[in-house]
Design a protein around this ligand. Structure first.
Ligand SMILES: *[C@@H]1O[C@H](CO)[C@@H](O)[C@H](O)[C@H]1NC(C)=O
Ligand SMILES: *[C@@H]1O[C@H](CO)[C@@H](O)[C@H](O)[C@H]1NC(C)=O
Ligand SMILES: *[C@@H]1O[C@H](CO)[C@@H](O)[C@H](O)[C@H]1NC(C)=O
Ligand SMILES: *[C@@H]1O[C@H](CO)[C@@H](O)[C@H](O)[C@H]1NC(C)=O
Ligand SMILES: *[C@@H]1O[C@H](CO)[C@@H](O)[C@H](O)[C@H]1NC(C)=O
Ligand SMILES: *[C@@H]1O[C@H](CO)[C@@H](O)[C@H](O)[C@H]1NC(C)=O
Ligand SMILES: *[C@@H]1O[C@H](CO)[C@@H](O)[C@H](O)[C@H]1NC(C)=O
Ligand SMILES: *[C@@H]1O[C@H](CO)[C@@H](O)[C@H](O)[C@H]1NC(C)=O
Length: 505
């Protein structure tokens, strides 16, 4: 028995692919996510590079290309070295060479630009080949050779890892072939940002279908919201808290990044839905703190974070799960940035339903529209373009009387009359309204440049409108056919729910 066991163990050791090729104890090499064709973060931030090497050795890193640079030697400690480069302007190509006594490791065709992390669940993972008019986008790929994709492989871990377990797509010059299988939203975001910035963009896709925010959050972040599992709960095999944070985000902390975009929330419609207004902002805060620390202060402590407000799922659903998550995505404010969520930006997507998506209605193929809206947010929030607007009209005042409701918006509105997308809650004694109250449609009766007037005729004569809500449904409108858009016609008004202020008449 003992003998057999030993034989089995030995066999196992022989059959398991030898780790020595990759981990090569003592060899000089870069960490898994540094590679040929990569994009390193441009100035004013400094790129951070790290890797493995012989204990006791010293490593210098040099750049050769449009400008040359060489770091002072850093020691290899416990098999690991790390350097911080001087700031490098956007451009390239560069060769990056790490050298120690007797050996070198080189990355070729490295560009400096902005590095964006793309996270979330299946709508972030949704591949470019699946979107509407995919072939048009893929035909353009050769024009975007400075937009470089990289994809983290799907792996879980119960502990925080220092490096990735596996890379799905190493840094590469984009081709129609590799972009087809890359995140459409991430790629299109890079495409639109490159149109504006005209310098290299690095895209790091790290996402997984069907995953709740708890998997992407550290224990620290979950504790902020009372969601961290107890030791007893953790004893069950179903533990999923932090498993993707540990394996697919934590290893990346040492890289300098410009910002992140995110499309997730569907999986929290039935998991800790009420806490999403805490767990999502807490995850953003925690990522920001951790990337800042992991890069030795190079990644901004408030790096820009953009996200997609949930699109649509079930056409006739009256469940308020999606409306609640959409609201919670803004920390219950309705728009971003706001005091709880500074330097964030949002793409509203509830007017982009895809009834006939072959990938299920939860996966709308309109990722081009979403990426474009998100790129407007990045331009305004991450790149400080003051004349770029990215959010549609949001009310700044809601006045109710017995006869009607007057809504004033924060910007000019483009209105298409509708009888049912606005709703009011009628109340006989000014009792506060809640999600369980009876809501009735409030048709649009009139509108001005920044105002909309609703009829309260569906309240009984003894009642008054006590609250108003807009697009508070899973699937509130047809494609690009909600009642309220920006004057430009391209930015839908975000959904809202608001108590009335009593007007004069
Ligand atoms: C980078 O290295 C390759 C081959 O190793 C060489 O052909 C190329 O000229 C180098 N480029 C720069 C910018 O040094
Ligand atoms: C697809 O391309 C056609 C032809 O250019 C265009 O009419 C249509 O609007 C596009 N569809 C989407 C969803 O972009
Ligand atoms: C793509 O690049 C080609 C060749 O440089 C150019 O002719 C074409 O106009 C570009 N297309 C777009 C949409 O930029
Ligand atoms: C979060 O949402 C829940 C459920 O709607 C609500 O009870 C709670 O007050 C909200 N918390 C915050 C901080 O907005
Ligand atoms: C990467 O960042 C983590 C988290 O801040 C830190 O513990 C670790 O030492 C860093 N790794 C390297 C190689 O610098
Ligand atoms: C944008 O403005 C913020 C806040 O004022 C500043 O920290 C940041 O450096 C600016 N970014 C750019 C790209 O100008
Ligand atoms: C609401 O926004 C409008 C701009 O559309 C502005 O003129 C008005 O003063 C704002 N009202 C309040 C109460 O903030
Ligand atoms: C709503 O606006 C109309 C038209 O401007 C005005 O006559 C009416 O008094 C307003 N009602 C309330 C409740 O403010």
């Amino acid at each position: 028995m003992t003998c057999l066991l030993i034989v089995a163990l030995t066999l196992c050791a022989v059959l398991t692919p030898s780790a020595s090729v990759d981990s090569c104890d003592g060899c000089l090499r870069f960490a898994s996510y540094y590679g040929d064709h990569m994009v390193l973060q441009r100035s004013p931030e400094r790129a951070v590079l790290w890797g493995y090497g012989p204990d006791g050795g010293h490593v210098t890193v040099s750049l050769s290309g449009p400008v040359n640079q060489k770091t002072s030697p850093v020691p290899v400690l416990e098999g690991v070295w790390q350097v911080t480069m001087d700031p490098v302007d956007a451009g390239g190509p560069y060769n990056v060479t790490a050298a120690t006594e007797g050996s070198t490791a080189t990355l070729t065709d490295v560009l400096f630009g902005d590095v964006w992390l793309c996270g979330g669940q299946s709508n972030m993972g949704f591949e470019t080949y699946k979107i509407f008019n995919a072939s048009d986008e893929l035909a353009l790929v050769p024009n975007y050779s400075q937009v470089r994709p990289f994809m983290v492989a799907l792996e879980k871990s119960q502990t925080e890892l220092m490096d990735l377990i596996e890379v799905k797509l190493p840094w590469t010059v984009p081709t129609a072939g590799n972009v087809a299988d890359f995140s459409a939203l991430c790629w299109l975001f890079g495409h639109y940002m490159h149109d504006i910035l005209k310098y290299p963009i690095g895209l790091v896709e790290s996402c997984w279908s069907g995953t709740p925010v708890e998997m992407w959050s550290s224990t620290r972040a979950l504790q902020q919201c009372g969601l961290a599992q107890s030791t007893e709960e953790k004893a069950f095999p179903s533990v999923t808290d932090s498993v993707l944070w540990n394996s697919m985000i934590h290893p990346l902390l040492n890289m300098t990044i410009k910002g992140a975009i995110w499309y997730q929330g569907e999986s929290n419609a039935d998991l800790n839905q009420d806490e999403y207004n805490c767990s999502f902002p807490a995850m953003i805060d925690d990522w920001r703190m951790a990337f800042h620390q992991g890069s030795g202060g190079q990644t901004a402590a408030d790096f820009p974070f953009g996200f997609v407000q949930l699109s649509t799922y079930l056409k006739t659903s009256t469940s308020d799960a999606f409306p609640n998550i959409r609201w919670h995505q803004t920390a219950d404010v309705g728009f971003v940035p706001n005091p709880r969520m500074p330097r964030t930006f949002m793409a509203v997507a509830l007017d982009l339903p895809d009834e006939f998506s072959p990938y299920h209605t939860i996966h709308p193929r309109y990722k081009r529209d979403i990426a474009y809206r998100l790129s407007l947010g990045a331009r305004a929030v991450a790149y400080n373009e003051t004349d770029v607007h990215f959010l549609g009209p949001f009310p700044n005042q809601t006045l109710c009387s017995g006869m009607h409701v007057n809504i004033t918006y924060d910007q000019a509105v483009s209105v298409t009359p509708s009888s049912h997308v606005f709703e009011i809650c009628c109340s006989a004694n000014q009792a506060p309204c809640g999600p369980k109250s009876l809501w009735v449609p409030a048709p649009i009766t009139n509108w001005g440049p920044t105002t909309v007037q609703l009829s309260t005729s569906l309240c009984s004569p003894t009642e008054e409108a006590a609250a108003v809500r807009y697009a508070w449904r899973d699937w509130p409108c047809d494609y690009k056919a909600c009642p309220i858009y920006s004057l430009s016609g391209i930015l839908p008004g975000p959904p809202f729910i608001s108590n009335c202020h009593q007007g004069n008449n």
